[in-house]
Write a protein that binds this ligand. Structure first.
Ligand code: CA
Length: 223
């Protein structure tokens, strides 16, 4: 990035907030820190920022409400920080529109990588879906790229179709199970992992490395 991006950190635990600030500063970002949820929206009205790292549990106004409110008015990447991995499935189900999720305790280096990734996607595709580098023929269960193609199973085809609906956004294993098997099917979420693994292998035969595994959260199409 040629000019330093500005990241707003919203975290009420002072030590954690300071650690995030120091790490992001060291990585070359401009950083502002807020400790209260109710300070966020007034701050955003008065300042410019490129991304928000948003804790879920905050005094004054919680992260859910803040996230919804930001999404209503602004096109600003949001990375949600949660205390428990179970929260991520719940948050994904709420379709808040956060761009990424990280579960505590997180690795600070991972936070920096994720912030860079949401900024990269935000600048690469302002408001628009990117063109996919392949076509999915969902009737024939075939993925085509240029003159080459690979056949999928019905399950892999439904998985890929679901991921293609919203490139860049994470889908949890629970959401993928529902998309592939329907609501009332008793399938382990881990079963999705083996289908994704096979799907990735087939896509890689077309030199398509387009499915990201997002640790603790799920999968996304990154094109
Ligand atoms: Ca908190």
């Amino acid at each position: 990035m040629s000019t330093a991006s500005h990241v707003l950190v919203v975290e009420d635990e002072p030590k954690l907030a300071a650690a995030l600030r120091d790490y992001l500063l060291a990585a070359g970002f401009h950083v502002s820190v807020l400790h209260r949820g109710d300070a966020v929206l007034p701050w955003l009205d008065a300042h410019r920022t490129d991304a928000v790292l948003l804790d879920l549990m905050l005094p004054g106004m919680d992260g859910l409400e803040i996230c919804r409110s930001i999404r209503r008015d602004r096109d600003l990447p949001i990375l949600m920080l949660t205390a428990r991995s179970e929260d991520i499935d719940r948050l994904l189900g709420l379709e808040l529109g956060a761009d990424d999720y990280l579960c505590k305790p997180y690795n600070l280096r991972e936070v920096v990588l994720r912030v860079r990734a949401v900024l990269r996607r935000a600048t690469a595709q302002p408001g628009a879906h990117p063109a996919l580098p392949f076509t999915l023929d969902a009737d024939r269960f075939v993925v085509r790229r240029d003159s080459r193609s690979v056949e999928l199973t019905a399950t892999e085809c439904r998985l890929l179709a679901k991921l293609c609906e919203r490139p860049g956004r994470i889908l949890s294993r629970a959401q993928l199970v529902t998309a592939v098997y329907g609501d009332d099917h008793d399938v382990s979420e881990r079963a999705i992992d083996s289908h994704v693994k096979n799907l990735r292998r087939k896509l890689e035969s077309l030199e398509l490395a387009v499915i990201d595994a997002v640790y603790g959260a799920g999968f996304r199409l990154d094109v």
